[in-house]
Design a protein around this ligand. Structure first.
Ligand code: GDP
Ligand code: MN
Length: 403
């Protein structure tokens, strides 16, 4: 689950990671009061107004309606309202959004930490993530912060360092010192960086996150180390251990159909093809998507209806798939292990009748317990549903349906 920068910074801060302070607002009218309060707390006289959307590249991004960037400096309290107006409520287009951009519902008014000027500061890159090849967490970092890390990786890969953490002993002090050293720090900044890395890693582990990306980590002119940006992905599979994180979810940032599917317990991911698929079990879903590709088509979605493929769930799943106007055929591929195929077949027939007219061909492949009875139910239903038992036969029928 992705969260906003302001939420990520609050989490980091609670673990002792030093962050650029700020106040989040969702109304222009609240901006000046928030900025004044920030000045009382931090002494800052200048502010940065930062669009809160689930996408990076905001600084270079453009708000369609106003032409403003998504991260802008306000040089004094008198400029705050005008800068906020340029960002809040608009649509921010960045390298990571679609062409239409993302609606900015909240802005973070943060302290300017690049005093007395950006040339007096240094920007670093730091992320914490799992190295799947070694099965260990690693800290990836670079002296080339603030900019596009993909470009650094491509043109100057030797400027990106990694530090792997042995899970049996955790992050060691010598490692945090090595990171500070490789970043070219000394004196107070060296000590601050070592502390920063230690707190950051602890936050990553204890929040059950799958990715932390802090770009930039800033060394201020007075040798403080701060997280200026924070991109945190919480591991959805760990959320049950952190009930309070549910409140951090912003469904307005997610695909509406995926949100709806999720509310029915269906695991749905929209894709770009035109063959919709409804499958039970993630492995079978992957195999089915492969089969669609082998047949020369592209899947329109990933959809795992889970173990209980009853009429109600099958109907919900059909309705979700049919919301996608690109869908030209639907392949239902269900293995009846615990759930019997004849029950699923009846579910498909009932769902079809309940939805009414479905204008795309449906190919149903049921295999497992009572597969033959299931095929009979489909064939005798009088509906425009093609049945199959073998996977190959189902693939052929998809081809025929789309030919
Ligand atoms: P991103 O573009 O979405 O990655 O957003 P960031 O939070 O990383 O901000 C983008 C850029 O804005 C940073 O790389 C900085 O160059 C700049 N920036 C952020 N905070 C400040 C600040 O306090 N003062 C100044 N002068 N620039 C800032
Ligand atoms: Mn950034």
């Amino acid at each position: 689950m992705n969260i906003h920068e302001y939420q990520a910074k609050a989490i980091l801060s609670s673990f002792g990671v030093t962050v650029q302070q700020g106040k989040v607002v969702d109304r222009v009218e609240d901006a000046v009061a928030a900025a004044k309060q920030l000045t009382e707390e931090t002494g800052t006289g200048w502010y940065v107004v930062k669009a809160q959307i689930h996408a990076g590249g905001r600084g270079k991004g453009i708000v369609t309606e106003t032409g403003s960037h998504g991260v802008v400096l306000a040089k004094g309290i008198d400029h705050v309202e005008e800068k906020v107006k340029g960002v809040l409520g608009g649509h921010l287009v960045t390298k990571q959004t679609s062409a239409g951009g993302k609606k900015v519902n909240k802005v973070l008014i943060a302290q300017d930490v690049y005093y007395p000027g950006p040339s007096e500061t240094s920007e670093f890159y730091m992320s914490v993530l799992l190295n799947r090849a070694t099965g260990r967490n690693m800290i990836m970092y670079s002296t080339e912060g603030g900019m596009d890390i993909e470009a650094v990786a491509e043109h100057t890969p030797h400027l990106i360092f990694t530090e792997e953490i042995d899970p049996s002993v955790g992050l060691q002090a010598f490692q945090t010192r090595k990171i500070a050293f490789n970043l070219g720090l000394s004196g107070q900044a060296f000590k601050e960086m070592a502390k920063f890395v230690e707190a950051l890693y602890r936050a990553y582990v204890e929040t059950d996150s799958s990715m932390f990306e802090i770009n930039p980590v800033l060394k201020t002119s007075d040798d403080r180390i701060l997280a200026v940006d924070a991109k945190v992905t919480l591991d959805g599979n760990g959320l049950f251990r952190h009930k309070d994180y549910a409140a951090l979810r912003d469904t307005s940032e997610e695909d509406p159909t995926e949100v709806e599917a999720d509310s029915h317990g269906l695991n749905y991911v929209k894709l770009d093809g035109n063959v919709g698929c409804m499958v039970n079990g993630a492995g079978l879903a992957m195999a089915t998507m492969d089969m669609i590709k082998l047949a020369g088509y592209e899947p329109a979605n990933f959809l795992d209806v889970g173990g209980t493929a009853d009429a109600a769930r099958v109907e919900k799943a059909f309705r979700i798939i049919l919301k996608d106007p690109n869908v030209k055929a639907i392949l239902v591929n269900i293995f009846g292990g615990i759930v019997r195929c004849d029950r699923v077949a009846q579910g498909v027939v009932d769902a079809y009748k309940s939805i009414g007219e479905i204008n795309v061909p449906i190919i149903v492949r049921l295999q497992g317990t009572n597969a033959v009875e299931a095929k009979t139910i489909i064939d005798n239903s009088g509906l425009k549903v093609l049945s199959a038992i073998a996977l190959k036969e189902a693939a052929q029928k998809v081809q025929e349906a789309l030919a």
